[in-house]
Design a protein around this ligand. Structure first.
Ligand code: SAM
Length: 228
């Protein structure tokens, strides 16, 4: 049984599916997608030997070798012109952004990028706008006590979802997520706000308080107070 997190990611893939799952680990996502769609094709990319071997084994066990290529390699170097969509899930935002940036020349045939950052979705939103990808959808969901964010971007008109004045806040909290504000959104950002309060209190007690940082945190707390 696939996690709700990865099933939600899978729902955003568009037919005809020829996707690469970068950092595929056990290749659970490509296996799920290809089992449900016999026309689908996937590349499971893995940097590290252990997960690469796990992916190979899983694909073999499920007899999906004709639909899934497991390739050991760094980031987007495993993709070629057959691939029309990519998924990068279960890593930190900065690593996902680095993978996109290092491999941006390989994205010419990729019309959809689905990412699921564990932390710092902001850096990905920023990269997407800067590289003319339009953030078409976002999901925030809770599973097993964790809150996950999923960002879906398509090539095309950038900045459509952003208003100049709100840009900074939207980049941080997500333009679509801010509109919906579901229970997972509240859980994540109420906790963040509480953490930030505690950090500010600690910083104030320091022998030489960093007033710039305190100001930044206070600004973020006030944004959170406005939206929650
Ligand atoms: N994508 C799966 C998921 O969401 O459940 C697995 C996530 S797992 C926590 C992250 C995987 O990314 C690890 O298996 C790691 O080896 C792989 N990884 C890290 N950096 C990578 C890179 N630059 N290129 C390809 N894979 C990478």
């Amino acid at each position: 049984q696939l996690s709700k997190r990865l099933e939600t990611v899978a729902d955003f893939l568009q037919k005809p599916i020829r996707f690469a799952d970068i950092g595929s680990d056990h290749a659970y996502l490509p296996c799920f997608v290809c089992q449900n769609d016999p026309e689908a094709f996937a590349i499971a990319g893995e940097l590290n030997k252990g997960p690469y071997l796990s992916a190979l084994e899983e694909v073999k066990k499920r007899q999906l070798n004709h639909q899934i290529e497991v390739i050991q390699g760094n980031g987007l170097e495993v993709i070629d012109n057959r691939i029309n969509q990519i998924v990068i899930a279960g890593m930190g935002g900065p690593l996902i952004t680095e993978i996109l940036d290092e491999g941006k020349d390989k994205l010419t045939h990729v019309s959809k990028i689905i990412t699921q950052p564990n932390i710092d979705a902001r850096s990905i939103r920023k990269w997407l706008i800067d590289h003319e990808y339009n953030l078409v959808n976002e999901v925030i969901l809770e599973e097993g006590g964790h809150v996950y964010e999923i960002l879906v971007a398509e090539k095309g008109e950038p900045k459509k979802n952003y208003e100049e004045k709100l840009l900074e806040r939207q980049l941080w909290l997500g333009p679509h997520l801010l509109k919906e504000k579901n229970s997972a959104f509240y859980k994540k950002w109420e906790e963040e706000k509480e953490k930030k309060h505690q950090i500010v209190e600690q910083m104030k007690r320091a022998s030489e308080p960093d007033f710039e940082k305190i100001k930044q945190f206070k600004k973020e707390i006030s944004w959170l107070e406005e939206v929650l």
